[in-house]
Design a protein around this ligand. Structure first.
Ligand code: UTP
Length: 226
């Protein structure tokens, strides 16, 4: 049984650079689980820095995305190094390669794929490709809220959502100002809703929740299902 993990880039590579301790804790959780894993790593600060550098030199948004994808793949490589023999040794460049890697190892890791999307979408596509039982989105937000909890202390937290509600929330927040993006990008929400993949949203700072979500047990984050 496959579980796909979407690892928020800021957890891997934040203001202080690479967080190897976080990667080690993910390794331990994977090691202790009986499942097989597809993991997609985000870019975090590294991706923003790479993209900004390209823009400064006059590169297009396409070029900025290509550079940001490179950052996500460097993060993927760091995770592979930490996972050692548990992981397929190469960062999978596309979903077919990920499928092949998954046949050979307990864990296959990938970063971004094509410009114009984010690793949220890559994670859902990987979950579809692997027929994953569930997807666990691990970020620095502990659940899905109706508005940004860091800006609105009255934000309402959801324990459960169905796919329709998830897509509706993503569309509503799409009209908000730049920089206030919803926890899961809109294309990723649409894709998860077409395949009805059970999705869990938990904080990377609460490893007990991450473990529980992977096993499909109750946790303090949000569960999205029918
Ligand atoms: P992330 O998935 O980390 O983006 O990919 P994000 O949602 O902006 O970041 P966080 O999680 O909130 O920190 C980083 C960037 O890499 C490019 C995009 O530019 C994206 O913003 N990217 C990623 C792609 O172009 N294609 C991909 O498949 C993945």
């Amino acid at each position: 049984v496959y579980v796909v993990l979407s690892l928020g880039g800021s957890l891997i590579y934040g203001e202080k650079g690479l967080d190897r301790k976080f990667l080690e804790s993910i390794k331990q959780i994977i090691e202790e689980s009986d499942h097989s894993f597809g993991v997609v790593t985000g870019g975090g600060k590294k991706a923003r820095d790479y993209a900004e550098e390209v823009r400064k030199k006059g590169g297009s948004e396409f070029d900025a995305d290509v550079a940001a994808i490179r950052a996500t793949k460097e993060n993927a490589k760091e995770l592979i190094n930490v996972l050692g023999s548990l992981a397929y040794e190469k960062v999978a460049d596309d979903f077919n390669e990920a499928r092949e890697g998954a046949k050979k190892s307990k864990v296959v890791v990938m970063g971004g794929t094509i410009p114009g999307i984010t690793t949220d979408t890559d994670a859902v596509l990987l979950a579809e490709a692997l027929h994953a039982k569930r997807l666990v989105n691990i970020s620095n937000v502990d659940a899905i809220y109706d508005s940004d909890p860091r800006k609105n202390p009255m934000a309402k937290r959801f324990k459960r959502l169905n796919y329709e509600q998830l897509v509706k929330l993503a569309i509503e927040s799409d009209t908000r100002r730049a920089g206030e993006h919803f926890i899961f990008d809109i294309l990723a929400c649409k894709l998860i809703s077409r395949s009805k993949i059970e999705a869990h949203f938990v904080s990377g700072k609460r490893l007990e929740d991450v473990k529980a979500a992977i096993e499909g047990m109750p946790h303090s984050g949000t569960v999205v299902s029918d």
